[in-house]
Design a protein around this ligand. Structure first.
Ligand SMILES: O=C(O)CCC(=O)C(=O)O
Length: 310
């Protein structure tokens, strides 16, 4: 099901974030756990990010002796990428882990319009700019590398009111530059995680997402999908002929009371695993819960592929 322009999750801005629009975006986010922001950026503002990726792809191709490619349109910025990763499969991970440090990408994630929006969305003057920005690449019709239902909070640990900005850098046919969100699933709070084979993942109650309406939300270049860190979301398969490139920028809130009490476990160089910072939400392989008294929570866990770039 694709949202229409009048959809209740859409907030349209006029190039900046007014107090009124900021309040509306916050209301939508708190109610639905996500919010589709239109009109804050022009698609052309993503050009420098695409150029940076194209340059890195070219550098890698050259290093491997592959011929230079001729890119005619912005939507072909990655021409030569598929050939590159077929020739040298390791280049995929290499590109994913290094390209996210390209200067234009970092500048976008910290730009004033995005940080002002974050101040409104979390009602704070103390925004955390997470170093866990990422780039997700989905090849045409690829079924692997898709992330199952998860909350972001256990991997980021910034604050329980944190947000992730999800945006595609190329236009794809409707339903392909998209993310699936379980609407309202942030409201029950942090869900219990299960360890499986020594990895922090596994769903204690895989049916939990089914309690909420699930929406596939299409996003176009220039639009920004905001997802609350506790809202369950998962990847949508890219059925198009082109590779999907999406960016994830994560902003948190230093002033959120539980983050203050927990001594900001996210934005620290000595970041420790969720199992140590939040044992009350952690279930080990044997199914035993940490010996901590917590309110009866909906026993749910997030799940995530081991090769996630978080
Ligand atoms: O882009 C995707 O397919 C999933 C990204 C995601 O869910 C995340 O980074 O938390």
């Amino acid at each position: 099901m694709f949202p229409k322009s009048s959809d209740e999750i859409v907030v349209t801005l006029d190039g900046s974030v007014s107090d009124k629009a900021g309040r509306k975006a916050r209301r939508v986010l708190l109610e639905h756990g996500c919010c589709l922001v239109r009109g804050l950026f022009a698609p052309a503002e993503l050009d420098s990010i695409r150029d940076a990726f194209a340059r890195i792809i070219d550098l890698r191709r050259r290093q491997l002796g592959l011929p230079a490619v001729d890119r005619r349109s912005p939507n072909e910025f990655d021409k030569g990428y598929l050939e590159l990763i077929r020739t040298d499969p390791d280049s995929r991970r290499l590109m994913q882990m290094t390209s996210m440090f390209a200067m234009p990408l970092l500048q976008f994630g910290c730009c004033e319009r995005l940080s002002t929006l974050s101040e409104h969305l979390m009602n704070t003057q103390a925004v955390i700019a997470s170093d866990l920005q990422s780039m997700h690449v989905s090849l045409p019709r690829e079924a692997s590398h898709l992330l199952p239902w998860h909350q972001d909070y256990p991997w980021v640990q910034d604050s329980e009111d944190a947000i992730v900005y999800w945006l595609p850098i190329r236009d794809l046919p409707e339903g392909n530059a998209a993310l699936s969100v379980a609407i309202g699933s942030h409201k029950p709070g942090v869900q219990r995680l299960q360890e499986r084979d020594g990895q922090m993942m596994g769903i204690a109650d895989p049916s939990f997402p089914d309690r909420f309406p699930q929406r596939i939300i299409s996003v176009h270049p220039g639009e920004v999908l905001v997802v609350q860190t506790l809202a369950l979301h998962r990847s949508v398969q890219n059925q198009s002929d082109q590779t999907r490139w999406t960016l994830q920028f994560r902003h948190g809130n230093f002033a959120e009371p539980k983050a203050v009490r927990r001594k900001w476990p996210g934005p620290r160089p000595d970041r420790v695993p969720f199992s140590e910072t939040h044992p009350e939400y952690y279930q080990d392989d044997a199914g035993s819960l940490a010996d901590v008294d917590i309110a009866p929570a909906t026993p749910v866990a997030s799940n995530r592929h081991a090769d996630s770039c978080h």
